[in-house]
Design a protein around this ligand. Structure first.
Ligand SMILES: C[S@@+](CC[C@H](N)C(=O)[O-])C[C@H]1O[C@@H](n2cnc3c(N)ncnc32)[C@H](O)[C@@H]1O
Length: 474
């Protein structure tokens, strides 16, 4: 079964309107009224590369986030397959791209992510704040500016507890002292009952820390923080002009394998899950989470596909990943209303020189759990844009898997025997392929034949341990 999925390659760049599709033409296309089957055909008309499209408008720009997808992907499905007042879910919401697009288009939405920083950013991007509140915040921040001098008492404890990494050196005493002053001011804002401003301030603080880690210590911390707050205020004011009837937005800091979402309550899912072995979000966000008092060890333990799991045999990480994704897809099936769409965006990964085509594994899982794969769309990633999926590895393209819920899954996501059975089937198929051809993802220097053949043994070892590896860690 593995490998029988049909893929639609994007060849629309120069065919739809005679030349490259403009943003206006694209919006015209997806904004019309269609029947379900017409809307499915419109997917073939879209130029999925969205080359040169604006992607950082309104609140999308609040905070960098690795491997986020471009807003036009969720926007296309929201426009074509939902009506105002419907509810859209992203179980791996990251910095909230799907949630923001739902908000801007008057759809209710739920954003779930295990990373508490992700749900914080998503909440702040979709929470309008009154001008009187911003005036109060400005008064607090002007007082803060008077107390930004170096205060050694503030610094010592934080400096001692920074992770043992080279990058920690960026956080010198002056910088730590300023970050602590900002943090303390924000705590006062919370104590004085301004919760939304507190969250907005923490997002601005986190974005400042991100800039610091990215650029080294050439950053003027307080200046950057204040500029960030100002720009968030302007963007929220612009957003308020676009969103007339404020839709419901719920953010849940939870596990995609056990969604805290009502059964049969969702009209559309658009999501991009983590890639196997591609990127550790906990590592990327370690300093932000530290300053915001978030538990990154708990996140590391439950992060799907994370580098830090199964270092000795990476194919055990693959079984774990497939089990986690199967559970997550079963949960997506449970919460989705019958006949509605579930859209999963994912790129290929590489494990020990072998190509992992996740979308093929997912399309094959779909048939066992009440989903019908409708089509898979291939798109190129614009690698010149910062923080697209391209930065999670050697990834230049991705696949959009469109599935329809045709029935309820017969088993639940906590059924370890079922998960183990499906993952064993998939890993056995994968092993058969690797026995025929090895080194399917080699791009640079060839490893020795011996090294590649070892993968066959590693995969059979991984198959042996599937029943224990797919269990959710406690
Ligand atoms: C590719 S990113 C999603 C990016 C998102 N589409 C955006 O535009 O920002 C994958 C997300 O999965 C989250 N994640 C990893 N393990 C998870 C789990 N067990 N439950 C829920 N979310 C998880 C990560 O924190 C990360 O935010």
């Amino acid at each position: 079964m593995y490998g029988c999925e049909k893929i639609l390659y994007n060849n629309k760049q120069s065919t739809l309107f005679g030349e490259k599709t403009t943003e206006q033409e694209y919006l015209g296309l997806v904004s019309k009224q269609y029947t379900f089957s017409e809307a499915i055909s419109v997917l073939d008309e879209v130029d999925w590369d969205f080359k040169d499209f604006t992607t950082q408008y309104l609140t999308h720009r609040f905070h960098s986030y690795p491997a986020r997808f471009i807003p036009q992907i969720p926007l296309t499905f929201i426009k074509l397959f939902t009506d105002e007042g419907d509810t859209v879910l992203d179980p791996f919401c990251g910095c909230g791209t799907t949630i923001v697009e739902s908000f801007l288009n008057n759809r209710n939405s739920i954003g779930n992510d295990f990373n508490p920083l992700a749900t914080l950013i998503s909440k702040v991007k979709t929470t309008l704040v009154d001008e009187t509140e911003f005036r109060y915040l400005n008064r607090k921040l002007s007082v803060m500016k008077r107390y930004l001098d170096l205060d050694y008492k503030r610094v010592e404890d934080r400096a001692e507890h920074l992770p043992n990494r080279k990058i920690s050196k960026i956080f010198n005493k002056v910088i730590i002292s300023k970050l602590e002053a900002i943090r303390e001011t924000l705590l006062e804002v919370k104590e004085e009952g301004h919760d939304d401003l507190y969250d907005l301030g923490r997002t601005a603080l986190s974005s400042t820390i991100w800039a610091l880690v990215e650029n080294g210590n050439g950053v003027n911390v307080d200046d950057l923080f204040l500029r960030k707050v100002k720009s968030m205020r302007e963007r929220l004011n612009e957003t308020a002009k676009v969103v007339k009837n404020i839709p419901d937005v719920k953010t849940i800091n939870g596990d995609s394998r056990k969604l805290e979402v009502e059964t049969d309550s969702i009209d559309l899912i658009v999501t991009s899950p983590p890639y196997v072995n591609a990127l550790d979000y906990y590592r990327a966000h370690m300093y932000n989470m530290l300053w915001l008092g978030m538990d990154f060890d708990l996140f590391r333990k439950h992060e799907i596909g994370g580098h830090s799991h199964f270092i000795a045999n990476r194919f055990r990480l693959l079984s774990e990943y497939l089990g986690d994704m199967l559970r997550s897809m079963m949960e997506m099936n449970r919460v989705l209303t019958k006949d509605k769409l579930c859209v999963i965006v994912v790129g290929n990964s590489s494990l020990e020189y072998e190509l992992i085509e996740s979308h093929r594994f997912f399309a094959e899982m779909a048939g066992h759990i009440g989903f019908k794969p409708i089509k898979t769309i291939h798109r190129n990633i614009d690698k010149t844009k910062k923080y697209t999926s391209a930065d999670v590895g050697k990834i230049d393209d991705e696949y959009i898997l469109v599935m329809q819920k045709t029935e309820d899954a017969e088993v639940t996501a906590d059924d370890d025997n079922f998960i183990s059975e499906i993952v064993t089937e998939q890993m056995t198929d994968f092993s058969e392929q690797i026995k025929k051809v090895q080194g399917t993802s080699i791009r640079g220097r060839m490893p020795t034949k011996e090294r590649l053949l070892k993968n066959i043994d590693r995969i059979s070892d991984a198959i042996e341990t599937i029943p224990q590896d797919i269990k959710i860690k406690v």
